[in-house]
Design a protein around this ligand. Sequence first.
Ligand code: PRX
Length: 656
Amino acid sequence: MANNELAEVSIDSLLKENRKFLPNKKFSENYILKDYNTYKRMYNSSIKDPKKFWEKMAATHLVFFKKWRSVFKWKDYKAEWFIGATLNISYNCLDRHVNSDRKNKAALIWEGEPGDVKTYTYQQLYSEVMICANMLKSLGLVAGDKAAIYMPLIPEAMIAMLACTRIGVVHTVVFGGFSSNSLRDRIQDSGCKILFTADGGFRKGSVVKMKEMADEALLETSTIKNVIVVKRTSEKVNMKTGRDLWWHEYSAKQAKVCEAIPLSSEHPLFILYTSGTTGKPKGLLHTTAGYLLGATVTTKYLFDIKETDIYWCTADVGWITGHSYVVYGPLSNGATVFMYEGAPTFPEPDRFWKMISDHKVTTLYTAPTAIRSFIRLGNEYPLKHDLSSLRLLGTVGEPINPEAWIWYNEVIGKKKCPIVDTWWQTETGAAMIAPFPGIMATKPGSATNPFFGIEPVILKKDGTKAKGNEGGYLCIKNPWPYMARTIYGDHDRYKKTYWKEIEGHYFTGDGAHQDKEGYFWIMGRVDDVINVSGHRLGTMEIESAAVHHPSIAECAVVGRPDPIKGQGIVAFITLKKSEKVNSHLKEDISKFIVKEIGTLARPDDIRFTEALPKTRSGKIMRRLLRELATTGVIKGDTTTLEDFSVLEKLREKDED
Ligand code: PRX
């Protein structure tokens, strides 16, 4: 529900920004589109006749086993694209390259945190994927079954994803930083039959005990029949007889060949959970043809994929960015993907820059929060390394503040790399608004223009268009091929959340405005979702977790600006009558929330209060809490507050 005022999410520095950077000439000369007018022409025709446009894109960029009967249908908020066609994603990401000159090209160059490096050619990746698909088959999985993947960022995560797609198994990747409870909830909601995990992963020099977490999650799930465990750290783990199998042992027993099976365009591809405005994360369901088309063409046009590129998107495959821009987009384009397992600053703050120089990375796609923490660490670290291989930089996940943009451009890109600021969401599947590099002038903090076939509009609550550069709700006018089709098991919630908020438009949950040149400026979320280090968290999700703590009576969570993380988490807590504040309680509550959700949900600040501000109907007035957490004072309208003495108590607490 969009219940915040837009003014609250406006970012001052973005509103005042008016610098403009023209495309780099040398880059432009080799870019796939000739000039801005070419983009405009293609864009206009894609909007005028989207079916024709996408049909042409699909025919050009994907291999189908059977052609579609019709292009698009939209009924009861259910979209279907390329109806009647069949294809296979793993075929598009592997077989077609193996059958070409790319056979011996590196598909994946991977570096582990301890410094171990592995390279897979397309042929090698293809072989591994087929063996993994045979593991799934031999365990009885068939098209439509679900598999959970809870792994460190190691090649097997990519292999498992592609193996699922080869036989039509639907994967649900759960980010390794999520807690066992979060893993449990996701497995339960999607009904996974199998879980891929590892004995552990390396992070900041320590071992993350993933198998232990997985075992804990499995105590309360009934659908998982088998667990396939990668030996990564050689940590001692419990292997449950009859359920758990070592990847290296079980894969050795498999046949080497597994044909990619033809799947219908709308065959479910993956379920990926993301936070919404309620306590329960939503399982967004993406399907085969439309999703792959979006991932493929946005990667091609926005990252200007060239045969010689070493392309590095730093996201974990547990997020949508990892799905679309570590795995499916680049592999479908036949690119060489670089992947890194560990922490960006381990063992030294220059780790990223050292790897760019060692592997001659050409394309770096990362999050503003990472850029801001690099700025804080100091320029000496990137300056120590030869970054001349870089030719394109991307950002994603949150609005980038102009200072971070300028630093990225100057210190990392040496003013020669276009910066591609991509706005999109788990729900949108792939990039929606982003500069086409080489032909569009960029403005620090603006995601600039829409991708082909995407028609963003800025609307007011009543559905009318915002005028001039007035702010409003960012919406998308029509369905597009790569959007999520539903929330798994809850199509009503899908309809209500995305298509009913402003009838007939896809509602993004973001505020935005357009400048005189039509550039889009994303101002952040307008709902009860916060963005912490580029990761989406629902305030209600944290609250629901917190209230299970035995001492807590009530909890209200709000976001406040954070110089590194974008937003930080502030939890206002009232204790049960019998409970007293003690020196350990804050830490204890923090740990409790981390155990329930994962480390990303750790509060930055916990404030105890005797009461929370509520309206007469009992609704918590988060607006006031947000104001207090952000500015330390409450100036906004308090007329609907039920008990004014609460404000005084809150203020007193703030001064403590
Ligand atoms: O608020 C927007 C922000 O991230 C949200 C989507 O989060 P998630 O589904 O986790 O996907 C993140 C990666 C695609 C959006 O609603 N966001 C994402 N990219 C940008 C952004 N905000 C501003 N600029 C961006 N480039």
